[in-house]
Ligand binder design. Sequence first.
Ligand SMILES: *Cc1c(COP(=O)(O)O)cnc(C)c1O
Length: 456
Amino acid sequence: MAAHAGDPTLARLPQLDALLRADAAAEPLATHGRPAFTAAVRAELDAVRTRLRTHGGEVPAEADLLAAADEALHQRRAGRLTRVVNATGVVLHTNLGRAPLSAAARAAVTDATGYTTLEYDLDRGTRGSRTAHVGALAAELCATERATVVNNGAAALLLVLAALAGGRQVIVSRGELIEIGGSYRLPDVMAASGARMVEVGTTNRTWLADYRDAITDDTALLLKVHRSNYDVVGFTEEVGIAALADLGRRTGVAVVHDLGSGLIRTATDGPLASEPSVEASVRAGADLTIFSGDKLLGGPQAGLVVGAAALLRRCEQHPLARAVRLDKLQRAALEATLEAHLRDPLPADVPTVAMLHADPDALHERATAMAARLEDAEVLPSDGLVGGGSSPGTTLPSWAVALRTDTPDDLAARLRVGELPVVGRVEAGRVLLDLRTVPPSLDAEVVAAVVAARRA
Ligand SMILES: *Cc1c(COP(=O)(O)O)cnc(C)c1O
């Protein structure tokens, strides 16, 4: 190649074709496939060429060039979606995929991976509805006329605003203009929907009269948003959903409650006692209530809107509905999850529910058994969290296996990159593995992962 002219070091760099013909190339070629491995070897040669030009040095051996390309492809595979053990104690950990699915939901997903009745009516042999069945389950569970199910909670709100308030006014309290991470900001969603936001009240205090005085002929909706991930304390005032629904009825303006977390039944005690429920929102008279499928419901990513049929039909007919529709795997998992909630108000077979209500004594017993099988480990109390923008400030009293080490950050990092990645918390110079979020069936594997990480 002309680029080598006059540079004897670069000229000694092996040619791509020769490298791919080498014996050592056979195995990576078979593992990764010819196109991928060829591209990786070419990228490695380019990188080496640049390095030699700028820093000089020796031409690497053929075997080293091939090994580097092989390693690069293995690294890329490591970026795939990977199963992890959540030992953080945060039940709805958004970075770890929020709700883990129940066995029934997993089985339903597996069944749905082939051809399904997604939009097919078996009795008639004609086209059926994608969401009629799952919507009917959600409506029954929430005791509403109808339910519309879409891809996620943000999409649900976007669709409701676009369909019911496009080009018109939506009144919302300044105390509820939330940002919930992952670039979700209520005012931005509102703008994207084409609705015009009318802010009322102040950050800490909003009165019913603030909403009432802002209503005009152009007002399409009154929106109440669950603050989800923070509390406002001190000198505060907010309008509850019942009073807002009453105002809506008197003025003929529909009231939408974006609840986010989606606790179905009101909890009278326990960690969710301060969490607003779908049940309470519906009973209080919200025309539409919006929540996520993968928060407290414990299902797949999905956005559910339950309430008045006439409003929901308008949402379903809006062009955006197609863009935010539910996928078949989501639908399968959601149906199984809704069925579990219909069978039992606190379904123990839904992992999120089981973890939130896990008995601390049972967690202590497991932690003790695991710590006994490890060196430099003890059992310590741990504060878990609900997560997923629910019950901020509420901790879940739990127990952790605490790993003693001089280098806790290193040990935590080795645990994360092991064969079965375990994500824990570093606290007080130890690595804590909070067992509330670890399925008991994985205890032995976690012990093995700790042993392996200590050796690594
Ligand atoms: C979580 C949340 C959303 C967004 O729901 P996703 O399912 O994450 O898209 C919207 N509003 C509120 C109040 C939330 O808590």
